[in-house]
Design a protein around this ligand. Structure first.
Ligand code: CUA
Length: 334
């Protein structure tokens, strides 16, 4: 009951983390701007054709009603074929679609031509889709994180997209189009943010029960901040700062947590779930489904399934003191 009430609250709180609505109409990159322009152009063309067709139908109905030889029943079909009616069918049914579709095709080609490959030396980032979270690894796996991707603003990065289980799709609507993430195949994508900010990316291919809760924050920041983030995320986990945190680490190691999660610098080296080495510095939990706060983290550890039904994270029942200690420890992992 309480968990059911918490979900909409979490969604509301999470809005504050993103600088823009995740919409293709709110472009924050050159490519996204081209896609948005193409989208508007196609919508305008489709609207004009719709209005034209509706207008012609309306005119036909009006003319028929007002013509002196109006037909009363559908059986009274006029038999002699008027040549001008053939022209309507040829023009409206063949010529016009060919012209319109060719125009749209050319617009699409010109948009695709603007898509540039990653320049030499662009940062390489490996993104792995899991049910239902994103793993993010930087070169040589020196930096491993989850559900958060940092990149320097104004600079293209090269993404390698892989899946650990089923087909997902990586979509950052403010920055780029969609690219499928397919098991056994490596897809590639160039991502570039032209204005700094935190953007929401999400899975755009139905991948199971929690498909809707498979989001990723994209943090586009000044190059100096990006470098600072890289070096702090590369570091192993901070040692527990006090007795509560020390007890928390012991709880983490003695419960099943360490089988699935890694905390670099500790004996926890599981690889099934997200790397938690710097969990405290991340803004969300559970694939972007929950804000990363002490309360949500405690609820997530005790019974994750109540907050994200179907999640692979098992419940870890423990007494209040242990829960408090492990939450303190994890939140301290900045
Ligand atoms: Cu992953 Cu939908």
């Amino acid at each position: 009951m309480i968990a059911a009430m918490l979900r909409p609250l979490a969604v509301f709180q999470l809005r504050a983390y993103y600088d823009r609505a995740p919409s293709t109409m709110s472009a924050a990159s050159h490519d996204a701007q081209r896609l948005a322009t193409l989208g508007v152009a196609m919508t305008v063309v489709a609207t004009l054709i719709f209005l034209l067709v509706v207008g012609i139908i309306g005119f036909g109905l009006w003319r028929r009603r007002n013509s002196p030889d109006a037909l009363d029943s559908p059986a009274d079909v006029r038999t002699p074929v008027d040549v001008s009616e053939n022209w309507w069918i040829l023009g409206g049914g063949l010529a016009m679609p060919v012209v319109v579709l060719a125009g749209v095709f050319l617009m699409t080609l010109s948009t695709m031509r603007a898509y540039r490959p990653a320049p030499a030396g662009a940062p390489e980032i490996l993104v792995i889709g899991h049910q239902w979270w994103w793993e993010v690894r930087y070169p040589n796996d020196t930096v491993i994180t989850a559900n958060e991707l940092h990149l320097p603003v104004g600079r293209a990065v090269h993404l390698e997209l892989r899946s650990a289980d089923v087909i997902h799709s990586f979509w950052a609507p403010n920055l780029e189009g969609k690219t499928d993430v397919i098991p056994g195949q490596q897809n590639e994508m160039v991502l570039r943010a032209d204005s700094a900010g935190v953007y929401r990316a999400e899975c755009a291919e139905y991948c199971g029960r929690q498909h809707a809760n498979m989001a990723l924050s994209i943090v586009a920041e000044a190059p100096a901040d990006y470098q600072r983030w890289l070096s702090s995320t590369k570091a192993v986990a901070a040692a527990p700062a006090n007795d509560t945190a020390r007890a928390g680490l012991a709880v983490f190691m003695s419960h099943s947590c360490a089988f699935c999660h890694s905390i670099r610098g500790t004996p926890a080296t599981g690889s099934f779930g997200p790397d938690l080495t710097h969990l405290g510095s991340r803004s969300t939990l559970a694939g972007g489904a929950l804000p990363n706060t002490v309360g949500y983290l405690a609820g997530w550890i005790s019974n994750a399934d109540r907050l994200k039904p179907g999640t692979k994270m098992p419940a870890s029942p423990m007494d209040g003191a242990s829960l408090q200690a492990v939450v303190r420890y994890l939140e301290g992992l900045k």
